[in-house]
Design a protein around this ligand. Sequence first.
Ligand code: NOJ
Length: 720
Amino acid sequence: MKNLQQLVRDMTLDEKIAQLIQLATPFFKGSTDQGEITGPMKEMGVSPKIIENAGSVLGASGAENIKAIQKQHLMDNRLGIPLLFMSDIVHGYKTIFPIPLAIGCSWDLELAEKSAQIAALEASVSGIHVTFAPMVDLVRDPRWGRVMESTGEDPYLNSEFARAQVRGFQGSDLANEPERVAACVKHFAAYGAPEGGRDYNTVTMSERDMRESYLPAYKAALDEGCEMVMSAFNTVDGIPATGNKKLMRDILRGEMDFDGVLISDWGAVKEMIPHGIAEDEAAAALKAIQAGIDIEMMTTCYVDHLKSFVDSGDLDEGIIDEAVLRILKLKEKLGLFDNPYRGADELLEKELVMSENHRKVSRELAVKSAVLLKNSGNILPLDKGSKIALTGPLADSGDILGAWSWQGSKEDAVTLKEGILQKIDPSLLSAASGSSIEAISQEDSAAAVKSAEEADVILLALGESSGMSGEAGSRSNIKLPEAQLKLFRELKKTGKPIVVILFNGRPLDLTDISGEADAILEAWQPGTEGGAAIAEILYGDENPSGKLTMSFPYTAGQVPVYYNHYNTGRPKDAPDAQERYVSQYLDIPNKPLFPFGYGLSYTTYSYKKINISADTLVKGDKLTVSAEITNTGSTAGEEIVQFYIRDAVGEVVRPLKELKGFKRIALEPGETKRAEFSISEEQLRYHHADLSFKSDNGQFFAYIGSSSDEVMTIPFKLQS
Ligand code: NOJ
């Protein structure tokens, strides 16, 4: 064991402060992948001394490259302190898994964990030590492009996925498992709630709401042992998270007991200047270090200013020492003082990255993530002998990996056309793009119509390019682009049945097509094996089972719309509701087009005989709620059974439903299984007006069902 306290004592103040900066790969000597330092990076004016003493690197990849940078660094760094390599491995390294929003729709924690484990393996043999994931921001606004990175709108579900991903990335012993990487949960806190869905925008919410809905998933990641936290760009109660002492020192470090490394998001320290809470870089540096940010990502406020604050006595050097020690501890935990190259291994990299087995898991997850939104007249699954007209801008496109797949390559992705050709005789398929994502020509649409006229079924692949979601990918209009709607209308005139397959990074406003399409399959951005997975579903070799974890609004004007909302004093569906003076829109329903938990299958399920083990829950005991689920169709399937509760009367208003459990159950045709869920008093706690977290005696309801909108109910009481 290295004596890290001694190492900190041996470091000069300059060396310590440089440990706190994170710079992108092109700054480092030795890199075999020398990018050019241009534009804003060049203007940063980072001296060679700072680079020699820097603590971590952003965005490097490749075993050979990372080893070369590390080797050179160890020669240049006076005390031989190794660099930490951190990158965004969000849903896969080179083998790309479905986007996290899709993974959420699988409700499959084991597979989610497995996907994170594979991502960690590919990243670690390629030299990476830390991934900037999981992103666990709760999301309710599909205009925000980064909803694709989240698992959805529910605090409980997000927390379960946060845990699964941390387990997958980190394993149980980072020091002895070089095939794992440290995880960095982000973006602390409440980054998923920007006003108007515009990225980086102000977040306004009460502390109670933040604690109730937004903080649980970050906390779950930390409880699972997540090593790092990244601060958010947004304000939290008027103060940017990165300079927010209450959020970082009191809540994160104090209440949540987090003693790991806290990194700012890219440039977020300096951004306190335009936010208007720091007059210059010096003031921004002081606020961030005092708030508890250990590493400043990609700006130089710390290296340029912290020393003068220590010299003037405005900053206690002990605060810097603590930050440095935390970084060194992480390096030690990752085993870097013993082996600075850790898992980096060119041979393993060749052998394991994008291995057949990894692609197989990606395919499996893509199958489970797809959500069947509509299937009129059971047009799906398709007959393998049908004549198919395959069209739409995403019919033969590799742009199905999603915005966070920087190492993934579109060329490696199986397109829908390729997937379909693995299933049917090529003579049955005619393909024409019909339009691009945002433009349509007379010629292209005519070619698509012509091939449709000769086919039995039209398969229409619509959606978004990966650039239309992700960071800085907000949209005010969340319909399909007009060119694609036009193509849909032209094809509709042929009278042939239309199966729409959607590849997109957010819930869309689908009202233009939802009535007239015969079937709609939400494929999301399904990753490297996307086309193969979707073809399996289209041809019935797999039965779709995914269910939405984020509501699909009726229109953007209905946003935010989410299942776990409050009732209001004038609910529209109350038995005595008036016609006009109720909480409603005059022009659209209150309900989303497709609610949380919704998703169809090729079979049908019936829910019967809800039962509860007692009608009163006594504190310290548990109740069991169960229901019988039968596969009433003729196809085997997996049903995601959902368990919700409602607290009828609270000290503050309570959601109409809250997810408290779920199970994926496999059922053969005609088979019945009983799904059981337990309730304890802890699950009924919530944040009261004074922020205390406790339960109230009284009336509750338990629900079991196939979606948030289709449930059976049974009452119970809590008695402490
Ligand atoms: C900015 C993004 O907000 C964050 O999620 C990411 O980890 C960093 N850039 C580093 O790439």
